[in-house]
Design a protein around this ligand. Sequence first.
Ligand SMILES: [Zn+2]
Length: 511
Amino acid sequence: MSDKVYIFDTTLRDGEQSAGIGFTKEDKLEIARQLARLNVDIIEAGFPASSPGDLEAVSLIAREVKGPIITGLARAVNPDIEAAWEAVRHAETPRIHVFLSSSDIHMAHQLRKNKEDVIEMARNGVARAKSYVSDVEFSPMDASRSDPEFVYQLLAAAIEEGATTINIPDTVGYAVPSEFGKLIANIRANVPGIEKVRISVHCHNDLGMATSNSLAGVQNGARQVEGAINGIGERAGNTSLEEVIMAIATRGDALGVHTNVNTRELYHTSRLVERLSGMAVQWNKAIVGKNAFRHSSGIHQDGVLKMRETYEIMDPKAVGVPTGSSIVLTKVSGRHGLRARLDDLGVQVTDEEFERVFNAFKDVADRKDEVDDRDLEAILGEQTSMEVAEAWKLDLVQVSTSDHGSPTATVRLVGPDGQTHEDAAIGSGPVDAIYRAINRVTNLHNELTEFSVKSVTEGIDAQGEVTIRIEADGGSYVGRAADTDILVASARAYLHALNRFVQASQLAVPA
Ligand SMILES: [Zn+2]
């Protein structure tokens, strides 16, 4: 039996540090639940000392999500470690992750400490975490740019104090695979006590080498890989976990290791993170991109139809990609047909959610001949993330546009007071006109920072999926909606984001 590589997901911590992503507590819980279905080994749910809201979110995940180890990040200082323990203490299996800078540049400029002080801090931090929980991870931040001899000393001290996982980060994404692999090999050869602990790698993608560096670490003895779904994270992001997982699944022969991940959940997980983060996955992204399993050249199509393996190294089903061709629903399909299709897709919804999904399905089926799995997925994505209280509901949107003159939009909304409010506006384009009209009605100050439309399926009657992001009151809110009419989808996506903002501002008011 080959060795197992532990998969450590930090979508909710390092991933959330991407510019512009602001997950709500509910978003985080939904993603954590999906990560448990994916069967990752460890979920880093947040950095509890960073804010009371983050502590609360980590604590919620620790209580609710069973299966994976739940961990929280802490600097090597007591208040951070106490906050991390407070957040993860109710988890089925808790871990505390302590980190500290080890490079000269970070020690001098960020910590303003000398090497002896840093070793002392690491000892105290790990010992304090260990007084709460047996499972403690230690990371020397910026390890790949640190003096190796010093890293060995620091790791030995952390192991002596009881660290059980030693994580080696390439914090700024500077390493190349041969060099990073060698660093791991040298750590194994030079750190006293290293055989008692698991070695982990944590790479960033600034030079596009995060997955390669992580796998070089694995080939040199690392048995935990950290990363984020869709590779989200600061700057160019973290290691894409779906790449590492499928590289190991597909090339276990060359790598000699395996993971326990349920790969069929990868596509769902990717879509969920895409939707809640508002960060679109590039079309040609390995494993989860829209084109990852598309063959457009005739020779390739012919080959794949005759025998899939001719041009496909992975079965799209193994990643959970909806094929879109198998069973198609139409407007005459009833509740029973829809329920059966959802069961086949492995989708679980509550009765209440099912009714919403069914109504939305009927709506789409009225305007589109065939509703395939990708349409269903767009509907599900929207209907099951509607946990946001709808302070403002769309009652009507009407746009008049021409190639001469400005587009005009009229909107009618049902407000928090239960009354209908109507207004109209002109804009530089139809979407702009709709947003201006909505602003006139709601009077919520915000700035639109992103707007994207993509089609869910092929064809002229395809649903358009609109994702937008607004900044309001220092926060960032993503809204998303799908409709066969992209102007209607635009209006609903905007209201979705506004409602999230309204909900967040209400929560911020002390009860
Ligand atoms: Zn990182």
